[in-house]
Design a binder for this molecule. Sequence first.
Ligand SMILES: [Zn+2]
Ligand SMILES: [Zn+2]
Ligand SMILES: [Zn+2]
Length: 167
Amino acid sequence: MGHLDDKQYASMIAGCQKCDRTSFEVSSYITREISVMLSEPNADGRWVHDDATFVAGIYKIRCLGCGHEPHATLACPRCERRDGLAEALATSSRISVPRMCPSCKITALTVTASAPARVRTGTSQTTAPTPIARFGEPGFHVVKIMCDACDWSRVAEGCPVCAGPAT
Ligand SMILES: [Zn+2]
Ligand SMILES: [Zn+2]
Ligand SMILES: [Zn+2]
């Protein structure tokens, strides 16, 4: 099963095929930005993804009425690599955040990461995403580190979710 497009997603959350409910729990790998000081987060961070990234990162949709899953994959939702999702959720970040910028030595860095999160859809608005993994936990993958003061940055190679080779 490949990743969803907007149309497939809209039709899946329009109503459950088994029980007619219209609320679902949707899990997706999305993008979070966090300010880090001495390699520790100094705030909770914020989501910075757009709608297209949200839909491209969806790996599970579960009906809140009966538990039916119209969509569930173990492959990476982003690059479709086999078992990529299972690996991404079980492993820690592949790049670690240094205590200070290797170039100018300041200790304030900005981290962009792929993080799994859940939302609830329903007749009213979709809820804000709740993170499933936080900074430092398995499943939370740093994809970019930027210095707040100079132009030093570091980017993780490969797929932003599972680190698989770029396709
Ligand atoms: Zn259902
Ligand atoms: Zn710097
Ligand atoms: Zn991937």
